[in-house]
Design a protein around this ligand. Structure first.
Ligand code: BGC
Length: 712
């Protein structure tokens, strides 16, 4: 008998023996409790009233220290489920392992800036290994919410504003977490979240209403989820927001018609934290019973935290509001995932030795590749080894915030701060730290200012309206400026900030993000040229927050005033110029890169050829004409010039990271085909139309280097 059939028979058999209450138990996720409530939780597990455990206490947004995970406790709970509960169904343990476990890697937005998705995949392999060793079966990552609003605190958990980057990220994280086989030791289930539109919350206000057109949904917000499903994600989390007036957790349209019927997802959906109960506040349910009915019928299979399903489900079935078939379908999906994860055969966590030192090396490598060199006037960087450095700013001694939000298991005392990292680079007589920049005489050659955003200022429920540096940091900057030395800013920030009125202070800026437990060392390496800066922005840095939303893959206006990305003067505001301060894809190296003209092997192709799978080749010569080696991210954008519906002025379709020695030139070529030229119409049908396409290749989205290809 084949395995699949055997599994289905097994599931049918178990299901036929379960009471309705036990079935709702499988659909229930409870959180870990404080010590005094442990016995009560064990009792519920024993009665078969729990299917999964959220391994944290309280909606902490990953910021409240929870202490080390007690593997013995989880093994004990599991033993009760396996040996004492009615059908011996193992529990599924889930945790917010978002960008690291004990080893903390850069926040996901920073990871995306590396454009190194192989490295990201490897890092998630390590993350999974560490988490699995601590009883975690299931991580609530990746977060795939496209966002164009840095006021939204959770922008740091995603990949920014581009669906192509989002798809690359989705694939890398899912493959990294899940490994070759889910039932192998060291693999962890991924959860694609939050489906859908959470990142489009109006005004960047967390949990708020989002409005997305069908055309926008198919082309911008769904691609990352499509890719996560293709990569094998078996769980999806429904989002807190309402979309176009439909609270997602009650929306059959989004959770069943779009997610399952259209995207082909066949795993299970878990609600977000208490989102079923919150349907009351959303104004679509009058009580928990109605909320249960709406959510389960919409397609939420597992209820996180609020116990609505276990408390109200049976009665809702008896009243005919939910069918037994619906309940059975949801239970089956969950049992299938438990089987796939191998929980029926290996339910317990057995600790294995882990090479944490090598994981820290990867975290450092990724932090270095994620950092973006935003400015380097007069080649002030890299710093000379013999330079005398004055280091200022309280960011230099910060540790916890370097981890960023959602770092439940990172060890702050194992995280070097930036002052320590600089001490590893310079002898004592060349480095002076003056936190508040109080001495106004200095013999330093350069002043390095460490700026650090508090980790509580980003992440969940941490939206802010003033996306800038703090008043204290401005004050320090002014003092530092008076010294008349070259000023280098190292930003340990989560979100992108509005750069007007900030960037001008500096000769050089390294945006190192909340880059994880090794970011301080990575930043110091970059400052001294011990590794090469190569990060590129996955999100626009605006001049002012009042220009938001501002994103590169925008549409053309019929009027010229607001031409591409506000690049045309006068801009679309009378009082300010609304072009980005730093555009999508932007980032410098320590060298200068010259792009040759874009060449295409065919100037004309037919729609039918492309539809039949024909690909064509575009290429460009890229030369390092500067004085140092460089790692360049060659970016390819498309503009579909005439279509039935306005198409974006630029869309990233491919990129290539290349290493160029000083003076070296290489030809970089790309093959393009139907997936690069087509788009989804508002019915969600993939469409390819005849017409001209501009193909841009260059250093960021503002490149004008292009060739035009005609599709007849
Ligand atoms: C967040 C989710 C998270 C869940 C569990 C919610 O508040 O929105 O992203 O996975 O809590 O901690």
């Amino acid at each position: 008998m084949d395995m699949k059939k055997k599994s289905e028979d097994f599931i049918d058999q178990v299901l036929s023996e379960m009471t309705l209450r036990e079935k709702f138990g499988q659909l229930t996720q409870l959180e870990t409790v404080r010590a005094e409530q442990e016995e009560e939780l064990k009792e519920k597990v024993r009665r078969g009233e729990v299917g999964s455990i959220l391994m944290s206490v309280g909606a902490t947004a990953g910021n409240t220290p929870q202490g080390d995970i007690n593997t013995d406790f989880y093994n004990e709970l599991q033993k009760i489920a396996v040996e004492e509960s009615p059908h011996g169904i193992p529990l599924l343990f889930g945790r917010d392992v978002i960008h690291g476990h004990r080893t903390v890697y850069p926040i996901p937005l920073a990871m995306a800036a590396s454009f190194d998705f192989d490295l990201i995949r490897n890092c998630y392999r390590e993350i999974a290994e560490e988490a699995a060793n601590d009883s975690v079966h299931w991580s609530f990552a990746p977060m795939l919410d496209l966002s164009r609003d840095p006021r939204w605190g959770r922008i740091i958990e995603g990949y920014g504003e581009d669906p192509f980057v989002g798809s690359q990220m989705a694939k890398a994280v899912v493959e990294g977490l899940q490994g070759n086989a889910l039932d192998e030791v060291g693999s962890v289930l991924a959860c694609a979240k939050h489906f859908v539109g959470y990142g489009a919350a109006e005004g960047g206000r967390d949990y708020c209403h989002a409005e997305i057109s069908d055309y926008g949904l198919y082309n911008y917000y769904l691609p990352a989820f499509r890719e996560a499903i293709r990569a094998g994600a078996l769980t999806v989390m429904s989002s807190f927001n309402d979309l176009n007036g439909e609270p997602i957790s009650a929306s059959r349209y989004y959770l069943t018609e779009i997610l399952r019927d259209y995207l082909g997802f066949n795993g299970f959906v878990v609600s977000d934290y208490a989102a079923v109960h919150q349907l009351i506040r959303n104004g679509v349910a009058k009580d928990d019973r109605e909320a249960t009915e709406l959510a389960l019928n919409a397609g939420v299979d597992m209820d996180m935290w609020d116990s609505c399903y276990i408390n109200e489900g049976e009665r809702a079935v008896r009243e005919g509001r939910i069918s037994v078939e619906t309940v059975d379908r949801a239970v089956k999906k969950i049992l299938r995932v438990k089987l796939a994860k191998g929980l029926f055969t290996s339910p317990y966590c057995e600790k294995k030795p882990i090479d944490y030192a090598s994981h820290r090396e990867s975290a450092k490598a990724l932090a270095a590749k994620s950092a973006v060199l935003l400015k380097n006037e007069g080649d002030v960087l890299p710093l000379n080894r013999s330079a005398k450095v004055l280091l200022v700013g309280e960011g230099a001694t910060e540790r916890r915030s370097l981890h960023g939000s959602w770092a439940l298991d990172g060890k702050v005392d194992e995280t070097p701060n930036f002052y320590e990292a600089m001490q590893e680079k310079l002898p004592i007589n060349q480095l002076h730290y003056d936190k508040n920049c109080e001495s106004n005489i200095t013999d330093a050659d350069v002043v390095v200012v460490a700026l650090c955003e508090d980790h509580y200022s980003s992440g969940e429920n941490a939206s802010i309206s003033h996306i800038s540096i703090t008043d204290y940091e401005k004050f320090i900057l002014k003092r530092a400026k008076v010294l008349g030395k070259k000023l280098v800013g190292v930003f340990f920030y989560g979100r992108p900030i509005a750069m007007q009125g900030v960037a001008e202070y500096f000769d050089a800026i390294l945006y190192a993000w909340h880059g994880g437990c090794e970011v301080a060392r990575a930043a110091a390496d970059l400052l001294f040229g011990d590794c090469l800066p190569c990060g590129r922005l996955p999100v626009t840095f605006p001049r002012r927050a009042t220009h938001l939303p501002l994103y590169y893959n925008c549409y053309s206006s019929g009027h010229e005033v607001n031409s591409y990305y506000g690049e045309c003067l006068p801009g679309c505001y009378r009082d300010s110029h609304a072009s980005p301060y730093y555009p999508f894809g932007y980032g410098l190296s320590y060298s200068s890169i010259r792009y040759g003209s874009v060449l295409c092997d065919r100037a004309e192709l037919s729609v039918s050829e492309i539809q039949a799978g024909k690909r064509f080749c575009v290429s460009v010569e890229v030369e390092n004409v500067g004085m140092r080696d460089a790692e360049e991210t060659v970016q390819l954008y498309i503009c579909d010039k005439v279509a039935k519906i306005s198409r974006p002025l630029r869309e990233l379709k491919s990129f290539r990271k290349i290493f160029l020695k000083k003076g070296e030139a290489v030809a970089v070529s790309f093959e393009l085909g139907i997936n690069d030229l087509g788009y989804y119409n508002k019915k969600g049908e993939f469409t390819l139309e005849a017409g001209d396409f501009d193909v841009f290749i260059g250093e960021n989205c503002l490149t004008k280097n292009k060739v035009t290809v005609s599709l007849k």
